[in-house]
Structures are given as C-alpha cells and as structure tokens.
Design a protein around this ligand. Structure first.
Ligand code: FMN
Length: 215
C-alpha cells in the first residue's frame, strides 16, 4: 500500500475516533442545557401545592355517593409513590367498600362519618424495615403513604379524615387479619356531604416560633 494512502487511512481513523469521543460529550452538554432550562429550587415554589395543603380539611360528614374506581386507582397510585424506610414498602391497604366491610369498620370506630368507603392502613411485619431490636418504621411509612393519598383524594375533589380512634386488636379480629399485618390508621373518604365544613381545629395553628428551632 502506498505511503500516501496509508496516511489518508490514518487521518480517517483519527477522525472517527475523535467523533466517537466527542459524541457522548455533546450528549452531556445537551443534558446540561435541558437541566439549565428547569427552574432552580428558589423559583420552583409550587403555589398549587400550598393551596392543596391549606384547603384540605378533615371531613366528618360524607355523602352516600360511592367514589368511582378511576379515582380510587389514582389515590392508590399516589400512595405507591410515597417514600418508605429503605424503600421497604411495608404498607398493606385495605379498601373497605362492601356493606359488610363498612359495617365492620363502624363496629370498631365511631369515626367513619357516613362514608360508603374507607381505607384501612396497615403494615406487613414481614416487609417492614427494623429500627433497632424492638422497633420498626412501619407506622411512619404507613402515615406517609396515607398523607400522599389524603392529598391526592383532595386534589380529586374528595374528602378524607385520618382516624386513629380504634383498637388495632379489634381491627385484626373483625377483619380476620393474619398475625403479620398491623393496622395503624383508618381513613374514611368520599364526597363531602353538603353541610360538611372544617372544624375549628382546622385553622388552629401553633406559630412556627413554637414548633421550629433553628440550630
Ligand atoms: C394520626 C391522626 C389521628 C387522627 N384521628 C382522628 C380520629 O380518630 N377521629 C377524627 O375525627 N379525627 C382524627 N384525626 C383528624 C385530626 O383531628 C385533624 O387532622 C386535626 O384536628 C386538624 O384538622 P384538619 O384535619 O381539619 O386540618 C386524626 C388525625 C391524625 C393525623
């Protein structure tokens, strides 16, 4: 092969190698540019979220109108996205909506408030992340899941009320739950009755001075 053609081949090869090296760099630049277009944390204040957080209240009188399956699906999806300790996802959520299940819920608490459906939030002891020898993150995980679902329900025009006023042992018995399932909270949900309104407690807030400490 003549020397000239050899050096041409070398040039071609160098060009291809340079191109191969440059391409991923360009891709990175592209990504950076996209990220740059996103607002930074300071400007990303989501007013809609603050409206949602302020507007939600504990509904204590529900309409008998059942909630559509599509809405229940969206609420459950919102719960699925919640963070849990080491992503253990120990939640077990029972959707109580048969007449029989709602009658049982009314048997163990006075706080179903006429809702035709309620969630019962439990955690599964076989999946929960342990916290030292005698504790775990189950109730914390489940409460965060509940919070996601409570806000999504409100986002969909529904009311909710988190309910702790029941004996977990009664719930285990009445719903025939296996030993590894621990009930934590109930949450009746549905369309608010026409006369439903926030209780005085809804707007009784401690000041941030009382509840926040900067160190
Ligand atoms: C862990 C927990 C348990 C609760 N248990 C009950 C309950 O058993 N019955 C009830 O009517 N409300 C219950 N609530 C609702 C609170 O009373 C209510 O969130 C609080 O008074 C603030 O009012 P708001 O939800 O309208 O903003 C509970 C709330 C939480 C977070």
């Amino acid at each position: 092969m003549p020397i000239d053609s050899n050096s041409n081949n070398m040039k071609k090869l160098s060009f291809i190698i340079l191109l191969a090296l440059a391409l991923p760099l360009c891709a990175c630049c592209g990504q950076k540019k996209e990220q740059k277009n996103e607002p930074d944390m300071e400007t990303k204040v989501n007013k809609d979220f603050m409206d949602l957080a302020a507007g939600r209240y504990s509904v204590r009188h529900f309409s008998p109108k059942p909630v559509e399956q599509e809405k229940i699906d969206l609420i459950l999806e919102a719960g699925k996205l919640a963070p849990t300790a080491v992503n253990s996802q120990p939640q077990m959520i029972y959707v109580l909506r048969s007449e029989e299940a709602i009658a049982k819920a009314n048997q163990i608490t006075r706080c179903i408030y006429g809702a035709p459906q309620a969630f019962m939030f439990c955690y599964d002891d076989n999946r929960v992340c342990r916290r030292g020898e005698n504790d775990n993150y189950g109730d914390i995980d489940v409460t965060i899941v509940l919070t996601h679902m409570m806000l999504e329900a409100y986002n969909l025009g529904l009311g909710t009320c988190p309910v702790g006023a029941f004996n977990p042992d009664d719930a285990k018995k009445v719903f025939d739950l296996p030993d590894n399932i621990h009930p934590i909270l109930l949450m009746p949900f549905g369309y608010a009755a026409d006369d439903a309104k926030p209780s005085a407690m809804h707007t009784t807030y401690r000041s941030l001075d009382e509840t926040v400490v900067y160190k």
